[in-house]
Ligand binder design. Structure first.
Ligand code: 5GP
Ligand code: MN
Length: 347
């Protein structure tokens, strides 16, 4: 981002602190997150939902698409509206909203079929997000901080910053813990700062059972997913030692064969990073409707820039995603050309 656009962005989106004084007045609020929400997107949205409800607002959480089975234990999850499935009902709620909070995404395109509707809304949109290069011109208020571990940490900061730390109960704690834990790779990534650990200590003080949350998220799959991972690691993983890179590519027919559902491929992209010397891993999946890409890196290889440049995507420095409208084979070829072009940064 150059100086000028950075300056303009700051000018357009007012700091989220400006709404602290407005929180006392009850409002109809919609909370939206990115499509195929992960634990950070769903956890931050539901954490904010419970908090706003306690303050006397009328919040509704809308997800652009469906979500993984392993998120359904989250308090409040059964009340979330699936935009793709219940478009008319969701649009009716959006039309009534005074505020729309946009959580854990940096541009409207991340809400897929919801993007047009969100862009047309005349009410105030408020951003809480930690991805790089956010579309800040679309928001009346907000906070965008790429240093933050997770959007859940930012919702915690919002609650505490607005003078409402005492409102954090065990339901809010469970939602926020799930997102901060998963987005920090169980507290191993650099984003797991001292502040994150202090936040977790506060969440624990509500009586939070963190062991149960780890079980809900990591020990709650069906046999087919583990068989699928075994198959994929054996047959669909290529290691490019020359470029310190690895690729897992999965055809649509394999997703069908193993009855793979939303969320079942989460985490798969991390496996190749456990190989000595591998600095960057990619996962390219033919989801039929589109080819979806995930990128992860260790150290100083910037996958946000990589995803932006070659795969219409973005995200964070060490974790990003993108897509392609080419075939799986063509996308794989594009990936191989891209790592060749980046070979000096991958050394
Ligand atoms: P994942 O690989 O888990 O889908 O995504 C990794 C990170 O990159 C997440 O923080 C996610 O929000 C972001 N991300 C994934 N896909 C896209 C995309 O298509 N565009 C942008 N801008 N970010 C993405
Ligand atoms: Mn996140």
């Amino acid at each position: 981002m150059n100086y000028l656009s950075g300056h303009l962005h700051t000018f357009c989106m007012r700091p989220i602190e400006k709404i602290y004084d407005l929180l006392g007045q009850p409002r109809k609020v919609v909370i939206v997150m990115h499509q195929k929400p992960d634990a950070d997107a769903m956890g931050s949205s539901l954490g904010l939902f419970h908090f706003l409800k306690k303050l006397g607002h009328t919040p509704t959480v809308i997800s652009p698409t469906n979500w993984a089975e392993w998120l359904k234990w989250m308090p409040g999850c059964s009340g979330v509206i699936d935009y793709e499935y219940s478009t008319a009902a969701a649009n009716a709620v959006l039309d009534q909203a005074d505020w729309v909070f946009c959580l854990d995404f940096n541009n409207m395109g991340r809400t897929r079929y919801m993007a047009n509707k969100l862009r047309k809304l005349t009410c105030e949109r408020i951003l809480i997000d930690h991805h790089q290069q956010p579309e800040t011109e679309s928001f009346a208020y907000g906070v965008s901080d790429t240093e933050k571990s997770s959007t859940c940490e930012m919702v915690y900061d919002f609650i505490v910053g607005s003078g409402n730390a005492d409102k954090i109960d065990i339901d809010i704690a469970a939602c926020l813990y799930a997102g901060v834990m998963t987005d920090t790779g169980s507290f191993r990534f650099p984003g797991a700062s001292a502040a994150v650990h202090r936040m977790v200590a506060d969440l624990k003080d509500t009586g939070l059972n963190h062991t149960k949350i780890h079980e809900n998220l990591f020990d709650n799959f069906l046999e087919n997913r583990l068989r699928f991972i075994g198959y994929v690691l054996q047959n669909k993983m290529d290691i490019f030692y020359e470029y310190n890179a690895a690729l897992i590519s999965i055809p649509w027919k394999d997703l069908q064969r193993f009855e793979i559902k939303t969320g079942d491929t989460e985490g798969l992209v991390n496996y190749p990073l456990s190989i000595q010397g591998i600095k960057m891993a990619a996962l390219i999946i033919d989801r039929d409707e589109e080819v979806k890409c995930s990128f992860r890196s260790k150290g100083d290889f910037d996958v946000n820039t990589f995803a932006r440049k070659y795969f219409e995507g973005g995200g964070h420095y060490n974790a990003a995603g993108g897509r392609s409208s080419d075939t799986l084979e063509q996308t794989v070829q594009r990936f191989i050309s891209a790592i060749k072009e980046n070979s000096s940064q991958l050394q």
